[in-house]
Design a protein around this ligand. Structure first.
Ligand code: TYD
Length: 224
């Protein structure tokens, strides 16, 4: 059986990844493909518990290396429990964030650098690489405004400010944004950068174009 296809979505908080994953899943289902959808951190029972620690706004004193190690602990479990079995069964996996997030947020945002993240990925994730990464990256100002809007909305709804990352300063988000651009420039064959401030429909169009191309390359043409 051929290995499945591993597709990741990346971007700053509030970049619309979740909406786009859902739309991509519907597009695939219409073509007779049932994707496996997962997200990081989270996506397994153990991962959900790790996620609580990572996103809880009261865990402000997490050391950057602890944060990084927890991200990789979550990821190792997701690969073991969800991603690798699905790929071995020839399925398409759609994953909301993967190691590029760790490189951007911990490597860039927390300033741990790229080398340590890629080394941990090599050791802990056996260097599992996505076949395709869709990076949703509008201009920095638009990205930041969306993340802030979402945080204010969530807080109004739940009375809680749940995401430590969304509380970070603009300089942190700027470093994350820049690291994402660096990753896209370094790995143009894997990473499709969806730039500009496009509408949801326009982003969806660009995503399906990139996915259809990969499906063709791997010998599974996506009809009409
Ligand atoms: P989440 O609520 O899932 O946000 P989003 O919908 O934007 O993905 O929160 C995940 C947060 O965790 C997000 O702020 C990015 C951060 N993160 C890292 O810092 N490093 C990582 O390796 C991953 C996977 C996520």
């Amino acid at each position: 059986m051929p290995r499945g296809l591993f597709i990741t979505l990346e971007g700053l908080d509030g970049s619309g990844k979740t909406t786009q994953i859902k739309r991509l899943a519907v597009w695939l289902e219409k073509r007779g493909v049932q994707p496996v959808i997962t997200r990081q951190p989270g996506g397994t029972p153990i991962g959900d518990r790790i996620r609580e620690i990572l996103l809880d706004a009261s865990s402000m004193v997490l050391a950057p290396m602890t944060e990084t190690a927890l991200m990789f602990g979550d990821r190792a479990q997701a690969i073991f429990e969800v991603i690798q079995p699905a790929l071995d069964a020839g399925k398409i996996v759609l994953c909301d964030r993967f190691t590029d997030s760790t490189e951007a947020y911990q490597g860039g945002g927390r300033e741990l650098g790229t080398a340590v993240v890629l080394e941990l990925h090599r050791l802990i994730c056996r260097n599992l690489q996505p076949d395709l990464t869709l990076l949703l990256l509008p201009s920095f100002d638009a990205s930041l405004a969306r993340a802030r809007r979402r945080n204010t909305r969530d807080e109004a709804q739940t009375g809680k400010n749940e995401n430590r990352f969304e509380q970070e300063q603009d300089a942190f988000h700027r470093r994350v944004w820049e690291k994402y651009r660096e990753i896209a420039a370094r790995e143009p064959d894997r990473v499709v950068l969806i730039p500009g401030d496009l509408t949801i429909d326009e982003i969806h169009e660009q995503i399906v174009e990139a996915v259809a191309e990969r499906l063709l390359l791997t010998g599974r043409p996506a009809q009409g």
